[in-house]
Ligand binder design. Structure first.
Ligand SMILES: [Ca+2]
Length: 535
């Protein structure tokens, strides 16, 4: 700790020495102005009485420019961190959180966390000159005990914290630079995608443009949690041990990819459209398939259940099965269930039911056929499934949604929302002029997976909002595997990515269009693909 402080101080001194040579007045301004924020009164921000707790200068480093970092809260418990770069582009961005949030910003902003959760980092936006804010959604820690019999905390988490921290962030930004942001954006994935859609539906005037990735449309702790708990319970044996092994899952995945890899016209280990893929795990039953490369009938039955999703209750919207090709995303629920179910258990005990059952609840108490009818209160707070977003459109704002096909069952639910919204908005033409969905083949939850996951969503949104050019295509880059497994820092670097690190590029077209290899040209280059309508 001491060593790091000394290092930081030394780096800061060096940096200020360099700055003071180039811009002696600016360096002094940054420090003075930043200090002044801490003493300023933000208690009268409309609907968001705000207290600044700390404001400090961070010297430029290889991740972010020189900036003033403001920590504070909006009444009564909504924590935020706002970072104000020395050289401002005049714009404001809110970067979404993830999971149950409760971000400890000090911990998060260390390298290790940014590697794992790159979509929750401000650094890429800061390097573009944005003033960037994040909120903890009203509580500390990634558990759910903060929600126990506390409706205020649940409402903050569900939708209020994102809104009021945005109000506070805009007010402080205006005070700091002497003018209001000329444009405001939101960008988030997973829980951050839920924040994004909640803003679009509940506070459509907050942002000029929104990027919503991998959205759990019914709320992070509602139907998706029930569906995952169901998957967990049907994939464990009577002794509570996983029925499937990693080898079983990998075997199934290889067979699925082998079957359907070519439905995008190119053999690249990625399925273009899993919906037209036909595969029955019974084909891998021992006796039919080679010894050592086969599954017992019990395992085949379990895998069928994972693909089908809960069939009882029948036809309850929001309980999609897992998509063909998503197998490598299963282990967190199916094999490492203890960790994952810890999260779901926490939500069931403290957040999901009203009144919450508390610490006595265990997975043995779970009954999907009964519990799916008990979601009303929490979904009123957490869901972001309202397809009527006319107010958002009327304000001139733009929306980019994205999801990966390998993100277990999320893509079908986002597609369902997009198509429902399209009908509510009056049709395709009335929708695609302000909202578009991109479904990425082979991509896992927000990023990762076997497909191309590195996409410059923010430039696409800027181009749409600021220059009126809608994203007819996004270019996704498949990056070389990181030297250390699980290091996703390539997703926080600037665009375009270093060509030496790119394995191949692919176009991603607005849903429902898909990329298909032209049959000639370098299959590693996006220009060798064209848009086709789904079969
Ligand atoms: Ca393929």
């Amino acid at each position: 700790m001491v060593g790091r402080l000394i290092h930081a101080a030394w780096a800061a001194a060096l940096c200020f020495a360099a700055l003071s040579l180039a811009h002696p007045a600016r360096a002094a301004d940054l420090a003075t102005q930043c200090k002044a924020v801490a003493a300023a009164d933000f208690s009268r921000v409309t609907d968001a009485p705000t207290q600044v707790l700390d404001a400090r200068v961070l010297a430029a480093d290889d991740r972010h420019p020189a900036l003033c970092q403001v920590d504070g809260y909006v009444t009564s418990h909504v924590g935020f961190r706002l970072q104000l770069p020395e050289s401002w582009n005049g714009k404001f961005i809110h970067i979404g959180c993830g999971g149950l949030c409760g971000t400890d910003f000090e911990q998060f902003d260390r390298d290790e966390i940014e590697k794992i959760k790159p979509v929750m980092s401000c650094n890429r936006a800061l390097r573009r000159g944005y003033a960037c804010i994040r909120t903890d959604l009203g509580h500390k820690g990634g558990d759910a005990k903060w929600a126990y019999q506390d409706l205020r905390a649940q409402i903050d988490y569900g939708f209020r914290a994102t809104h009021v921290s945005t109000l506070a962030g805009k007010a402080i930004t205006e005070w700091y630079y002497g003018r209001a942001p000329r444009l405001s954006y939101f960008m988030g994935c997973s829980g951050g995608g839920l924040q994004a859609m909640s803003e679009v539906q509940r506070f459509p005037w907050d942002f000029d443009g929104v990027i919503a990735g991998a959205v759990p449309m019914h709320g992070l702790t509602t139907r998706s949690t029930l569906a995952d708990l169901w998957t967990y319970t049907v994939t464990q044996d009577a002794a509570g041990q996983p029925i499937l092994t990693m080898a079983d899952i990998e075997l199934t995945h290889r067979a699925v990819v082998e079957r359907c890899d070519m439905n995008d016209g190119v053999k690249d280990g990625v399925i273009g459209d899993p919906r037209v893929c036909r595969f029955d795990p019974a084909e891998l039953t021992c006796g039919k398939a080679a010894a050592g490369q086969c599954l017992s009938p019990e395992k085949v039955a379990v895998i069928r259940k994972i693909y089908s999703g809960p069939t009882s209750p029948p036809a309850v919207q929001g309980f999609a099965g897992q998509v063909l090709g998503s197998e490598l995303d299963w282990p967190q629920t199916v094999i490492h269930g203890v960790h994952y179910v810890g999260y779901a258990t926490e939500a069931m005990r403290y957040l999901f039911l009203d009144p919450a059952p508390g610490p006595a609840w265990t997975t043995k108490d779970f009954d999907l056929a009964r519990d799916y009818k008990r979601l009303g209160v929490t979904e009123a707070i957490h869901a972001a499934y309202n397809p009527d977003i006319r107010a958002f459109k009327a304000g001139g704002a733009k929306l980019i949604m994205y999801v990966g096909w390998e993100d277990r069952g999320r893509a079908p639910l986002m597609i369902d929302y997009y198509e429902t919204m399209e009908r509510a908005m009056g049709g395709k033409a009335q929708t695609e002029d302000f909202a578009r969905l991109f479904v990425l083949p082979g991509v896992s939850h927000c990023f990762g997976g076997e497909g191309a996951d590195n996409v410059d969503y923010l430039t696409a949104l800027e181009t749409w909002v600021e220059h009126g050019k809608a994203p007819d295509v996004l270019i996704a880059s498949k990056m070389k595997p990181p030297a250390v497994k699980g290091d996703f820092t390539y997703l926080t670097r600037d665009f375009p990515p270093d060509p030496a690190q790119v394995v191949y590029t692919r176009p991603v077209y607005p849903y429902p269009l898909q990329a298909h290899y032209k049959g000639r040209g370098n299959p590693n280059k996006a220009e060798s693909f064209r848009a086709v309508a789904p079969k």
